[in-house]
Design a protein around this ligand. Structure first.
Ligand code: 9MR
Length: 328
């Protein structure tokens, strides 16, 4: 079982304490932003690789495996994209990007999130596909095109479909799980090269968020399709919890444990990453802030990089299911 964090360039560049905790804790890491289209593509005809290269130098020097995130997504596209992309050039924009980026790091990546978040039930299509720019410009085979191109560009990286909102025991998550499974089966039937599913695992604490049977069934179905599973972006949104800090930390820890105890017995979870190293840098404060204005406490380490209760609870779940399989 590989474990680690999404890394920020600021952390890696500016803080020895941050670098130390990454060295101590990670056997795998991913760039929180540096390998996305936006940062990599300042202009249509140029690439900016400095940050991604630097990150990979750091992880390789410390023998940490690296995941790539991501090659095809509807968000964080560069500003020029909307003006320049058309039905005529979208296929070649996508394939050239994948060849250049996955090709540059070929042989050095543990895995790539090839397609990210392509399902959106509320967009109303029967197959559940999101009305993304890629879908409207290329059509539904953009997914297949992305995976085939990625395999050619880096035959050794595990090619992953990455998705959120498929973890919990709610009708909305159940519906999305079903659409993702339909997509995975379709890709398998068409011999599309795909090796793994990334379950983002943006969890939430509070009475209405439960993890169990639906997740277990999904994991079993992934195993039947011979797909590995990575928990790619774990954190716990604490917006529904009261402000008091110890109680909040305790319930966040409970959520990590309940989730892992549902996911790990499946036997095919091979890697687990949290989306960030410590609370201070969480995306949740920008995209999902608490109503009382307090910062969220979603990660394993606090603002001073001290381990929180969630850290020891995650470790005990991992010790209980050391290979992502049966309990010891
Ligand atoms: O954490 C990332 C944040 O810094 C970026 O501003 C944001 C831009 O879209 O993306 C965040 O990461 C997302 C990830 O790439 C895909 N899954 C959801 C994550 C949180 O939004």
């Amino acid at each position: 079982m590989l474990a680690g964090f999404a890394l920020s360039m600021a952390g890696i560049r500016d803080s020895e304490a941050y670098r130390n905790i990454v060295r101590e804790q990670c056997s795998i890491a991913v760039a929180e932003n540096a390998m996305k289209w936006g940062p990599l593509r300042p202009a249509p005809d140029s690439y900016f690789f400095d940050d991604a290269d630097e990150l990979l130098r750091f992880t390789e020097a410390n023998r940490i495996r690296m995941r790539g995130h991501n090659l095809c997504w509807h968000r964080q596209l560069p500003d020029w994209f909307a003006a320049l992309a058309s039905k005529q050039n979208a296929r070649s924009l996508l394939t050239a990007h994948i060849r250049t980026v996955a090709g540059r790091y070929a042989g050095r990546m543990h895995s790539w999130d090839v397609v990210n978040e392509s399902i959106q039930i509320s967009d109303g299509r029967a197959d559940g596909l999101r009305n993304s720019p890629w879908l409207s410009l290329i059509g539904e085979d953009y997914i297949e095109l992305a995976f085939r191109t990625a395999r050619e560009a880096d035959p050794s990286a595990l090619l992953t479909y990455n998705e959120y909102g498929i973890e919990a025991e709610t009708p909305v998550h159940a519906q999305k799980r079903a659409a993702v499974m339909l997509l995975l089966r379709r890709l398998r039937q068409r011999n599309v090269p795909i090796d793994a599913v990334g379950i983002q695992s943006h969890l939430a604490a509070g009475a209405s968020h439960r993890y169990g049977e639906g997740l277990r069934t999904f994991l079993r179905e992934c195993r039947e399709l011979n797909l590995e599973v990575f928990l790619t972006e774990m954190d716990v949104d604490d917006r529904e919890l009261l402000a008091e800090r110890n109680a909040r930390d305790g319930m966040v820890a409970d959520t990590y444990e309940a989730y892992l105890n549902a996911a790990l017995p499946s036997g095919n979870v091979r890697a687990l990453l949290t989306w960030g190293v410590y609370d201070r840098q969480t995306w949740l404060d920008h995209e999902e802030p608490r109503k009382d204005g307090l910062p969220q406490r979603p990660l394993l380490f606090d603002d001073e990089l001290r381990p929180k209760p969630a850290y020891s609870r995650l470790l005990s779940s991992l010790q209980r299911y050391p290979s992502g399989g049966a309990p010891i």
